[in-house]
Every structure is written in structure tokens, then in C-alpha cells.
Design a protein. Sequence first.
Length: 146
Amino acid sequence: MVVAMRTEANTARAHELESFEGGEGQGYTGPERRRHRVYITRNTEYHVRDSCCVAVRDRRTGEFLQGHLAVHRRVEGGLRFFDNGAIAPNPGEPRVGESIYFAGDGRELVTSPLEATERPSAATVGDYPAPRSHSGWRRHPSRAER
């Protein structure tokens, strides 16, 4: 199911038009090229670059949550839960009212329902926490840094 959702989501993203809520550049009708989105739930903001969660921020405190399970996971789609217990998957971009479905490392993560989707400011993107290195591994400096 995850592979099928991933394929459908990638196809949907490739054909997505500039009709995104709050979009700028109203005259542009080509595929969506912006890389960053912020998915907002009741308590949390999920900051996503190219469908991968790069940061999670607590809405109450404004602090980024370094150890959140969504960080470094891929957004696979959305899930809509119904009162009768039914669940409807959406393999495309999660929409308001749906829960985000993250997959990776054999563990799944489902958020509370989305309240909004926005674009982060350039300043916010610059504030994203630096990725943690794997324990025991050190990043080698590039030639320019030596």
C-alpha cells in the first residue's frame, strides 16, 4: 500500500498547479516548484521540504522539537477518519481535515487532523535545526572548509 501511495503521490505532485491556497504568482499555471510547506495541526507544525519532514515545531512554545518521530520521515499522504470508523486514504498532498500519514523505518506515524497548510517564510526556513549526525559518525569537512 505504501509503494502504491508513494507512486500516486509523486504523480499528483508532478501535475499539481499553482492553485495552492494562499499561493503567490497567480499568473503561473505550470507545475508546483516550491519545495517547502508547513502542515499545521492543533498543537504542532510539520515543516516539510520535498515531501520529507525537516522540522517539527510546538505551536504553543514556538520551539522546534529535535526528537520528534516525524523528522526525516516522508509524507506519504493523508487519512480521513469518519464517525462510523471508516478511513479513506489520500495518496496525494494531505488536505485540511485529514491526518498526515508519515512512513519510514518500518514505523508509521499519523498526526491529528490538519487545520491549515502554509508556506514558511525564508527566515523560518533558515531557523530549521541542523540535522543531527548519526552517533559515532563525524561529518568530513568539504574541500572549501579545509
